[in-house]
Design a protein around this ligand. Sequence first.
Ligand code: NAD
Length: 499
Amino acid sequence: MDVRTIGHWCDGAAWSGTSARSAAVTDPATGEVSGRVLLAGRSDAEVVIAAAVRAAAGWRRASLATRSKVLFRFRELVDARKEELAAIITAEHGKTLDDALGEVSRGLEVVEFACGIGHLQKGEFSEQASTGIDVHSKRQPLGVVGIISPFNFPAMVPMWFFPIAIATGNAVVLKPSEKDPGASLWMAQQWREAGLPDGVFNVLQGDKVAVDALLDSPDVASISFVGSTPIARYVYERASAAGKRVQALGGAKNHMVVLPDADLDLVADSAVNAAFGSAGERCMAVSVLVAVGPIVDTVIGKLQDRLAGLRVGDGRSGCDMGPLITREHRDKVASYITAGVEAGAKLVVDGRDVSVPGDGFFLGPTVFDQVTPEMSIYTDEIFGPVLSVVRVETYEQAVDLVNSSPYGNGVALFTTDGGAARRFEEEVQVGMIGINVPVPVPIAAYSFGGWKSSLFGDTHAHGAEGVRFFTRLKVVTSRWPDPSVAPSRGLELAFPTHA
Ligand code: NAD
């Protein structure tokens, strides 16, 4: 296999930087090294940030119509070539091609939302707020914004942020995950072809060194981070201390609560899709199924039936589930299975039995029953294909369990009782709720984000919150001298009041 070098994108062109460090990029389905990604040093970061600073000065003055046209062109190019992008994602991440295409189309939703920037970035106007005085507000771009993304959605997560950042007149420095950096460069090329001025969209490849350079740079106005909770907390604290606006989305442990009146076939299909899609490497994956009352054995039987036919293999081969991202991560997830057995949970389906030819990082779907809240398979975000079933007797116990979690990203309730669903929406302390919907990722016009340790900062991604995050508010109070309306009142040193 050819080993490519994956570098940065600076000022509208591929760029190698000066750092001598690099890291291997592997094909998780074969275990082969397919490329080496350059890891930026501080001076590389400074060069890329400087290019963004130069470009931001011009782009903030581009008309709304110009920005919107570039976004429409970007949308058309990515949509027409989405198979190319999906193939890059599958080759570096391992998820199935269908799943990768789904990720691209959910990312494109945000581009489509941002195409309406002419409507989204409007200010307000109050005529005659005081006699002869008008007031209006405007939202202006921040300047250079930093985006730091995780491995599990190399196209969609950056697209939660950069379409809105660019539409609102900012320049972007994206620091993708070093595990699957290819998608970012492909998207950069589409931006260039779409007519985005050089330097408005840049990619800085790297690890902690590149992240810290963005967090510390006085020229970077904001940070949008998505990744694990410990790093999200670190990024939030360090970037806030440097005076930046920060949104830092962290990890998750999502529960799916099943009431006794639920449609149990829908429950089983939904649990399998949400727990094992993308091999469980989704921040909205269901990792805990909370079965209320006597339905649990029926649910487990239905899960077993479905899992018996699930095909695990190379994501390009038309299977249902691909490999995990790295060998180390696969081994870590497998060690959680061992820990669950040792802690006394009942292993119903053992993913360690899966056999796929070659040296890929495979692990099959795993289901535990009789999991209790002190076990590590319950407390920890495993980020792999492991579903824990917890048995409770009542609705109240189920809600207590969900609300005791330090995370609050997503949750789902399965029921046919509208009153119970309404009460659940009201009581549960989680940012995104699905009612008979297992992966309740909001559409682009709403905002994505969790509560508690799943999000640091107060702004969620995309939707109206995204527009607010990437713009700064100004309010202008103006009087145009016109003696017939409001003659000057001369010297008046008291605090101004309205007339
Ligand atoms: P990660 O935290 O390891 O990495 C995320 C980013 O931070 C990467 O770009 C990485 O290079 C950088 N990074 C890693 N270690 C760092 C350090 N010590 N200092 C500075 N930067 C560092 O996360 P990951 O493994 O790539 O992604 C999986 C995690 O992301 C899971 O916890 C998942 O729940 C979470 N996630 C959350 C959401 C959400 O919306 N809340 C969405 C997707 C993924």
